[in-house]
Design a protein around this ligand. Structure first.
Ligand code: NDP
Length: 246
């Protein structure tokens, strides 16, 4: 039977590429969209036209109750979640001098609390069934820090702390937990940066001299989700064109 993969924030950007890759590999792919997202039906129609059959559920990943309701509905309608990709995330960049509590909390809730909120309702089932994959999308800026991103760097670093601790707890149960830390990938989050900043400040930091492609990150997710990756757990895998090596 096809495994069920849940990709949070899968409408566009990295999440969409991950969903398409997992569909091509035969997974049933479920994605989530923010309850405020009014374009989800148009996106689903567009994907269907292109031959991609996604299921989609509203979920505010930053809200514990919303996450529990969402996962319960998915498990009832589609089946137990075998692969969880915690992908949804936001940035609210500003220097620490300007950083206020609202923008600190928003980033911590959406990038870090969300990982707890979504992982909590799927882990017991994975452990009982003796198979599961939890893949957390962090960032190179969680590994090295970034100017104007105290909130984002802290949240993304926290994601990997979570990965390592949970990986220990479920290691003997057939469940792996891993972090992927992408560098700059050509999604809206990055292409909205002014071209001049990309050309003069960002691309020169990347030894490969280009942005990453969403499909390259999706390929890594597909590997971690596979049976072949059964011995990889607690890892933080960089995919950044050589920008940061640790
Ligand atoms: P996008 O902005 O394109 O996508 C982010 C997704 O998160 C959207 O689908 C959005 O859904 C969803 N989302 C945001 N807030 C919530 C919420 N409260 N509840 C549910 N869903 C929410 O970003 P990317 O695709 O570029 O990024 C994906 C992940 O990769 C993020 O975690 C990001 O931090 C990380 N990353 C990205 C890098 C890059 O270079 N692009 C580099 C390193 C890490 P909706 O549209 O419905 O609101």
């Amino acid at each position: 039977m096809a495994r069920v993969a849940l990709v949070t924030g899968g409408m566009g950007g990295l999440g969409e590429a991950i969903g398409i890759k997992l569909l091509a590999l035969g997974y049933k792919v479920v994605t989530t969209y923010s309850p405020t997202n009014t374009k989800y039906q148009a996106w689903l129609d567009q994907m269907k036209e292109a031959g991609y059959q996604f299921s989609a559920y509203p979920c505010d990943v930053s809200d514990y109750d919303s996450a529990q309701t969402c996962v319960a509905a998915i498990e009832k309608d589609i089946g137990p979640v075998d692969v969880l990709v915690n992908n949804a995330g936001i940035t609210r960049d500003m220097t620490f001098k300007k950083m206020d509590k609202v923008n600190w909390d928003a980033v911590m809730r959406t990038n870090l609390d969300s990982v707890f909120n979504m992982t909590k309702p799927v882990t017991d089932g994975m452990v009982e069934r003796g198979w599961g994959r939890i893949i957390n999308i962090s960032s190179v800026n969680g590994q090295k820090g970034a100017f104007g991103q105290t909130n984002y760097s802290a949240a993304k670093a926290g994601v990997h702390g979570f990965t390592k601790a949970l990986a220990l707890e479920v290691a003997r149960k057939g469940v792996t937990v891993n972090t992927i830390s992408p560098g700059y990938i050509g999604t809206k989050m990055v292409t909205e940066i002014p071209q001049e900043v990309l050309d003069t400040k960002i691309i020169p930091q990347i030894p490969m001299g280009r942005l990453g492609k969403p499909d390259e990150v999706a390929g890594l997710v597909a590997y971690l989700a596979s049976d072949e990756a059964a011995f990889v757990t607690g890892a933080n895998i960089a995919i950044n064109g050589g920008q940061h090596m640790s």
